[in-house]
Design a protein around this ligand. Structure first.
Ligand code: PLP
Length: 403
């Protein structure tokens, strides 16, 4: 793992660049991804999957390469198991709105879900959304999850669980959850927006039915996400984007949907996004997902150990950084996380995130509506940056007294 080498390939990190620790929101992009997006617009700006001219065929090939690369990255069986979407939110909506629910069906989520993995399920008429609570140390509580699933019994239709949480970086024992859901005849959707970019994820090993993530959180272009599932699982969904490209036959009175992923990707694709996705997957393949994870934990350890004893701070989640990936999310007593985030930027060029991170229910339940200050690392952050962040926090906390 050589963060300096990775940095050298990222234009936004050249020269007088910030210490970018907002990677859970969006990651930075290497030149190869930017070049690939530009190549589409400059050299082959046409329609894929339908036009037989040379530009069209080039787009079709790149789209296939992107799909194939994503499938391999997450251990899916092939490119037809990948539906491209706008982002993880769109992917979850495709499943939540696409499932044919029956009154009384139960969906189990947790108390630390991103709104994107909560609201779409709550919107479904007749669906009973139940919440599995994390334990007192902030870890996923498998026993609680199992009990809630058992209580739902045959009514359980879906476990929709964050694989790794953007709130605090904690992870879920996904394979065990999948087994429990399947034992009740239900499906499992893993919100992998914070796992696929940061660690090895093997869908077949986990036996997840649906895996969703955002490609802009893994060095890919904005507005690209993925929904990965088997052809059978795709066949069970009603399309929320029916229209062009989704039917194998249509007359004025009738139509027949394409099977599998075919009926779910309506309309013209984000071709530039596919180009950037193929390049992002190539970039990640040259790194090692195990090493990315290890490196992020190292950064997290330095920041966690450096801020843990600052006056009025408490880190959300378990104490040990190795259980929180690259995310250090800090509650501040007597200081405003937004003010600290602004001062970190203005005084030190450190980009952190403050607020509720779209996990509002957790902050409501914990009476912490000021939100948290969150540092989230990626492969290109350096040990030196982590130390500078600790020094900056120390200086700010000395300069700003608690109210
Ligand atoms: C765990 C998790 N799920 C879902 C999302 C939604 O991702 P997007 O906004 O790219 O759809 C995020 C974004 O931060 C996230 O961290």
């Amino acid at each position: 793992m050589d963060p300096k080498n990775i940095r050298s390939q990222i234009p936004s990190l050249q020269g007088d660049s910030p210490i970018y620790l907002d990677n859970a929101c969006v990651t930075l992009r290497p030149q190869s991804v930017i070049d690939a997006v530009t190549r589409y617009y400059e050299q082959e700006p046409s329609c894929g999957g339908r036009s037989a001219h040379r530009w069209g065929m080039a787009v079709t090939r790149t789209e296939h390469a992107a799909r194939d690369g994503i499938a391999r990255l997450v251990g899916a069986q092939g490119p037809d198991e990948v539906v491209f979407t706008r982002n993880a939110t769109h992917s979850i909506n495709a499943v939540a709105h696409g499932t044919k629910w029956e009154k009384g069906d139960v969906v189990v989520i947790t108390d630390k879900e991103h709104n994107s993995n909560s609201i779409p399920w709550r919107m479904q008429d007749g669906v009973d959304v139940r919440v599995s609570r994390t334990d007192e140390d902030g870890r996923f509580d498998l026993e609680d999850f199992e009990a809630i699933c058992a209580d739902a019994g045959d009514s359980l239709r879906m476990a929709a669980i964050g694989h790794t949480r953007n709130l605090d970086g904690t992870s879920t024992p996904a394979k065990e959850c999948a087994k429990i859901a399947h034992d009740h005849g239900a499906q499992i959707l893993l919100d992998a927006a914070q796992s696929v970019p940061h660690q090895v994820v093997d869908m077949q090993e986990i036996e997840a039915d649906f895996l969703v993530f955002s490609i802009h959180k893994m060095m890919g272009p904005s507005g690209m996400g993925a929904l990965v599932a088997s052809e059978e699982a795709f066949n069970g969904l009603r399309s929320i984007a029916a229209g062009g490209q989704t039917v194998s036959r249509s007359t004025i009175d009738d139509f027949v949907f394409k099977p599998g992923r075919g009926h779910l990707e309506g309309g013209l694709g984000h071709y530039a996004g596919y180009y950037g996705t193929a390049a992002a997957v190539d970039f990640l393949n040259d790194l090692s997902m195990e090493k990315i994870h290890e490196h992020e934990v190292k950064i997290n350890r330095i920041i966690s150990e450096g801020v843990r004893d600052l006056d009025g701070t408490s880190i959300i989640g378990p104490d040990n950084p190795s259980e929180r990936g690259g995310i250090t999310s800090i509650l501040l007593e007597g200081r405003d996380p937004h003010q600290i985030a602004i001062m970190l930027d203005e005084g030190f060029g450190i980009y952190a995130r403050s607020g509720l991170h779209c996990v509002d229910p957790w902050f409501h339940a914990n009476d912490a509506l000021n939100g948290s200050l969150r540092f989230s690392a990626y492969a290109y952050n350096t040990i030196e940056e982590a130390k500078q962040t600790v020094d900056a926090m120390d200086e700010l906390f000395t300069a700003i007294p608690r109210t």
